[in-house]
Each structure stands twice: as C-alpha cells, then as structure tokens.
Design a protein around this ligand. Structure first.
Ligand code: NAP
Length: 481
C-alpha cells in the first residue's frame, strides 16, 4: 500500500544542538526522508545551530557523513537537493553570541519552528533568548526533548520558563513513543472499530502487561542515567504514555486537547504504588563484562537499570485490573509491547482439554511493529478434538507493505510540529501529573534506603519481578519469546 503524502507548508526549522547525537542520528535523517517522499516542500529551510564554529558547507559535510552511517539507503541526488535547504549558524544558547545572525537567516512569512535538541538545562534559557531577540513570533513553535524535568518541582519550573515566552499551544514536548505507528494504531484499533471497545474494561480484561525491554546499556549517557534510573528515564514518560493510550476513555474527537484531556484523567487516576508492588534491579558484572555500576562509574550506585511495577487505576472502567509495567537495560531482547490479557472463558465444553485460556491482544511496538491476537483453535486434521493456541498476526510491514513500517517516529512528529498538530505531544499538565505520581514512589525507596536487586545480563530481570507476577498467579510474557 502506498501511503498518501500531503506536503506541509513552507517552514524555517531551527535545530539547536544540530551537531549532537540525536540531531545527526534521528532528526536530520528523518527530515531527509520526508524530503525524499515529497512531504517537505522544496522551499523549506533547516538552520542547524550549535556553539561549534563552522560554516554551512562543513555542516552539510557532517550530515553527509551521518547519512552514510545512519541512513545509508539515501539517494545522492535527493540528498544534494535536501542539503541545498540546509544552512548553519553558530549560536551560544547560554550567551549572546550568534542570535542576530540567526535572526537574519529567518524568513517572515513561513511557519517557524525551534527544535531544542540540547540538554534540558538550556531549554528555558533558549526560550527566553528567542523572545528577547525577537525571533519568537506569536505563531512560532518550540519543541523540547526529553527529559522534561527530573521531578515535579523541576517540571513545573520548566513549564513556567517556557510559558513565560511561549503559549501552551506553541509548546511541543516530544515523547517519541507517541510517534510510533503502532501506538497510533492502538487508538485506531480502539476507537475506529466496534469489536474491542465493548470488551475494553474490567468485566472482560484480566490484566495488562506493558514491556519496554532493551539490550543496550547506558550507551555513553552514564552520568545522566545514574541520576535518573529506569523510573525517571522510561516509566514517567514512555510507559505512562502507553498506559494512558491503553486505558483512556474515548475522546469526543481526535483533536489535541480532547485526547490529552483523557490522558491526564488516566494519570490522575493512578493509585499510589505500594513497595511490595515494585521490583527494582541492577544488572551485575559477569563473564568479564562490566556491570551497571561499572558502566556508570559509580560503585555505590543505588539507581535501577530495571523496574517492574504493579499499578492500579482508581476508576470504574479499570477497577481491580492490574497494569504490570516493566522496563530495563541489558535484557534478553529488544522488545516493546502492550499485551492485553482477556479473562478465561467461564466454562469448558470440550472434553479432556483442561481449562481454556483467555485471548491475548499484543500491540507490538518494536521490533516489527504490528498487532497479534492470540486465539484458541481446533488443531487441524482428523483424530481427536484437540485445541491449540495460535497467533493471528498482523505485521504492518507484511500487511501494508514495507513503506508503512518505515517512517521513524521523529519524522512524523516533526511534520506534526510544522502542521501545528499537538495531538501526539505531551501537554504541560500531563507531564506534571506524571511526576506527581512518580515522585512519592521514588521518595519512598530513597527514604527506606532500598537497594535494587541484581540480575543477570541477557535475562528477563531480577527474580523479584517474576515474583511480582507469580504472587498473583500470573506470568510475564517471555521477553524475546
Ligand atoms: P549531545 O550529543 O550531547 O549534543 C548536544 C548538542 O547541543 C550539540 O550539538 C552541542 O554542540 C549543543 N550544545 C551544547 N551546549 C550548547 C550551548 N550552550 N549552546 C548551543 N548549543 C549547545 O546530546 P544528544 O544526545 O543529541 O541529546 C540532545 C537532547 O535530546 C537532550 O536533551 C537529550 O536528553 C535528548 N534525547 C537524546 C536522545 C538520543 O538518543 N541521543 C534520545 C532522547 C532524548 P556544541 O557543543 O557545538 O555547542
């Protein structure tokens, strides 16, 4: 299936932190892809910016090298035309140098977006300087990367800093999980089909498992990660967002505030989590490979590289339905999914087959985005009546053609910024509500001096995470299974 590409309006995109890892690995290759498929108009301009002193040609050479490494399938003639749209201005985001040069590079009558792919300590300062130097127009957009705060107080301060210069409708807080095709498909599945919604409640759903498993370690981000841990780095944003989309009430329309209103209600309905419902882990050193504490260079670290939680929502739809969340590093496989477990059939009519198991709907985010429904069928062939469990598998790449699975989350999100569509971005109150839920959990384990349990690299996490499930008579889906 060929996707329909609607070009966006002409724009100037200023990319702060343009020489950094995220910009070079994701954002610029993503923009190239949108250019290649014709979504980015020929007269769009991308202005890269960082402190490094270089001219536009040197910056274009840097992009060529990054494309060769991260998007080697690019077409040379298209890349040349794309790079004609790219320039570079050196700006010190925390000083006064370069801002007037940046002002000269901007056009008055096109959409203007500022993408802050820099450390969060620079966010408020850049917003302030954009305003001070007259670069921020009433229609400009500002995009901020994660992490959005370290706790509730810092998230509030960040919101205040941004809102002093930009209105909420101009602020785009990125959570790139929301740009994934399958995550949006979760909304389509729930709200564009009549099949699931009547079953989507505590009468029919037994529990939900949300897993974001990584095989990588802290990847050069050790000092940042050791201050954050899995709870701040992954749960507060990505896993809570996935939980919101799974659990939210149908919005009245697919519009930014209608969707985000419903997500905030989910976060506000989250019950406090008891210590017995949390399992934290740290991967250990083994077979000559360093462990977590070696990778972050902090032998005394109590930061978790793995966390599993059992979470309840205090509302009518989900009363009594646990949501089990888990995420960690150095696990058995790289895998992200939401698995909705339906209740077992109440009675078995088939002889000699034992109890039947409920259906499981798996929304797979990575790898190989798609949706799977585990169902029980009769084993084909003659002979006795035997049942087996099969997966009705809809891989998007297979079902919709390769193109459907190709666009990276960042590509879609940057185009949404240009279009002025905030549906897939976190609102300020949403970020604060998530921190308000997370803060007491972290405070609790800090007050008690809890230490994370150790787990083997390449495993599914610590024993405590398995026990969290076993205690309830349930099992995690196997990571990489
Ligand atoms: P990075 O590789 O360290 O790059 C930082 C960029 O900011 C560089 O271009 C740097 O260039 C520029 N910079 C630093 N200080 C500056 C200043 N005072 N004025 C102007 N530019 C300045 O960081 P990154 O990994 O790309 O991450 C960027 C942001 O994205 C961070 O908030 C990070 O948390 C977030 N993020 C990153 C990833 C990822 O995969 N990398 C994923 C999710 C979120 P100069 O030194 O030349 O100024």
């Amino acid at each position: 299936m060929v996707s329909r590409v609607i070009p966006v309006n002409p724009f100037d995109l200023v990319l702060f932190g343009a020489t950094g890892d995220l910009a070079q690995r994701k954002i610029l290759p993503g923009l190239y892809h949108r250019f290649e498929v014709g979504q980015m108009p020929e007269d769009a301009c991308i202005i890269g910016s960082a402190r490094s002193d270089m001219d536009s040609d040197a910056f274009r050479d840097q992009i060529r090298a990054s494309m060769a490494e991260f998007a080697p399938e690019f077409k040379k003639d298209v890349l040349d035309r794309f790079l004609d749209r790219v320039s570079y201005v050196s700006v010190d985001a925390s000083g006064d140098a370069g801002w007037s040069d940046l002002a000269k590079a901007l056009r008055p009558d096109v959409v203007r977006a500022f993408y802050l792919s820099v450390g969060p300590s620079l966010f408020s300062g850049i917003a302030h300087r954009l305003n001070e130097h007259g670069l921020a127009t009433p229609d400009s957009r500002i995009v901020v990367e994660k992490p959005f705060g370290h706790d509730l107080a810092s998230a509030k301060a960040l919101n205040e800093g941004l809102r002093a210069c930009f209105k909420e409708h101009q602020i785009y807080r990125i959570d790139h999980y929301l740009g994934k095709e399958t995550v949006q498909n979760l909304m389509a599945l729930r709200f564009a089909n009549s099949l699931f919604e009547p079953l989507w409640n505590s009468t029919h759903i037994d529990h939900v498992q949300i897993t974001v498993a990584e095989t990588v370690s802290v990847e050069g981000r050790g000092s940042y990660y050791d201050q954050s841990g899995a709870m701040r780095d992954m749960v507060q944003n990505h896993l809570v967002q996935l939980l919101c989309l799974t659990a939210m009430e149908p919005p009245s329309k697919f519009a930014p505030n209608a969707v985000r209103d419903e997500k905030v209600k989910v976060i506000e309905a989250l019950d406090p989590v008891e210590p017995k419902d949390i399992a934290r882990g740290q991967y250990r050193a083994e077979h000559g490979q360093g462990g977590y504490v070696d990778h972050v260079g902090n032998p005394a670290s109590r930061t978790e590289s793995f966390i599993a939680l059992k979470v309840h929502l205090g509302n009518w739809r989900w009363a009594g339905v646990p949501f089990y969340l888990r995420t960690g590093k150095r696990l058995r496989a790289r895998e992200s999914e939401i698995a909705v477990f339906f209740r077992d059939p109440p009675h078995t009519i088939f002889p000699n087959v034992g109890p039947l198991h409920g259906n499981v709907l798996v929304i797979r985010l990575q790898p190989d985005e798609g949706i799977i429904l585990r169902t029980t069928i009769k084993d084909p062939g003659p002979g006795g009546f035997r049942l087996s469990d099969v997966a009705l598998d809809m891989s998007f790449a297979d079902a919709l053609g390769v193109e459907a699975s190709a666009p990276d989350a960042y590509e879609r999100l940057v185009m949404d910024v240009i279009r002025g569509d905030q549906t897939l971005f976190m609102r300020g109150d949403e970020a604060e509500a998530a921190w308000a839920w997370v803060d007491p959990i972290i405070q609790g384990w800090e007050d008690r001096g809890d230490r994370p349990a150790r787990y083997d690299q390449g495993s599914s996490g610590p024993e405590e995470a398995l026990m969290l499930m076993h205690r309830d008579g349930r099992r995690w889906r196997q990571i990489g299974g």
